[in-house]
Design a protein around this ligand. Sequence first.
Ligand code: ADP
Length: 500
Amino acid sequence: RFGTVAAVEEPISPPVEVNYTKLLINGQFVDSASGKTFPTLDPRTGEVIAHVAEGDEEDVNRAVSAARKAFDEGPWPRMTGYERSRVLNRFADLIEKHNDEIAALETWDNGKPYEQSAQVEIPMVTRLIRYYAGWADKIHGLIVPADGPHHVQVLHEPIGVAGQIIPWNFPLLMFAWKVGPALACGNTIVLKTAEQTPLSALFVAQLLHEAGLPDGVLNVISGFGPTAGAALASHMDVDKLAFTGSTQTGKIVLELATKSNLKSVTLELGGKSPMIILDDADIDQAVELAHFALFFNQGQCCCAGSRTFVHERVYDEFVEKAKARALKRVVGDPFKKGVEQGPQIDEEQFKKILKYIQSGKDNGATLVSGGDRIGDKGYYIQPTIFSNVKDEMEIAREEIFGPVQSILKFNDLDEVIRRANATRYGLAAGVFTSNLEKANTLMRALRAGTVWINCYDVFDAAIPFGGFKMSGHGREKGIDSLKNYLQVKAVVTPIKNPAW
Ligand code: ADP
């Protein structure tokens, strides 16, 4: 035990303790082979929450052997889909039962507002696990007609041992996006959490075992990217790799997968998503949703609407209203009621964001609001807006991953399509208009994996999510995610009497 979460003036969460800090291998919480640990920090203060076992290559090897054995010999891939769905549904019930406690742990480790953890993120996790529980007994192959006298079956089988590497911005939601479909299809897993946020996955992994998951089916390794992450990506006995993180690291893990055993890889990477506001849009709604699209989760979203293109006729009004909204944004201790924005995840990200803010100022964008840190403790940053941002500026090209909104001006539909698509990324886009024809044009023209029209960040379990271009390979959530975790086997049998 490592004490309880520090008291705040108006605590709104239940007290929570950190009880799980070891690696989960073969159903047991164990120390790392090296005996090393690393601290996980409270972004509100930079103080240590707990020391967590630090996994490295040897631990990954142990975890992969356990997952391999659970796949080759264990009951999990051979259980009926219904039995697997029962485990996943019980797991969802247990998450629901512990919702507030898990939310508090998530907020403590990540810094996001507790109200958002408790009312949005953890309920989305529960919903997603139930969605994939629903699929577990509905996964099947098909019979295809062949030219010759052959009976042809196409079987959909689990792919084997899945290696999964997740980021820190939505620690438990990313856990669910990975684990849900992989388990529904009957795979076994070695999952590496982000070094900034190891706690919530360990907590729920224990609940998954309480729900009846056999030992070795899910192994959870806390540790760093270049050590534990790289060992997993390059492991010869891992059949599939799913990664969410930066485009830069995505390239590294893809290369490691290629150089080792050519394991199939899905990547969910960065973005620089356009948010396009036409002159016929409901401006107040567009201001509010553009604000949400960028500032949600402290701006730490891969699909953040980080290039806000506004038509010149409504530009000045939009900038004024966006400024008023940003100035109203409540930033503070994420455990306090009504707080919309907590601290950034860690010092590295905090410094990087401040560097981008400086770059916006240096390159001649107009600072409309914010532009600095808040206080002198923790990683709080003012909701910052730049207007008069030009396409070639660093803040309009690179992923900032922080509370910095860049507003750009346009005057014509073809122009904004060209500029919106002039990026190596292609994760998401937002379109705000009341004109159906224009919405249809933009929806077809934008090169992005998701286009939200008059809405943003709608993340139902059934909606596929992923990127065009350098935002990634493959899709998560929905029916598409199942394909990542299934092998296709064609079985051909001669038919002796084709007349029948
Ligand atoms: P960020 O820069 O936002 O932390 P990363 O893409 O570096 O994003 O991190 C996402 C995940 O990838 C984390 O779990 C991290 O530990 C892991 N990671 C980082 N570097 C590597 C690497 N070289 N090999 C494998 N995994 C890595």
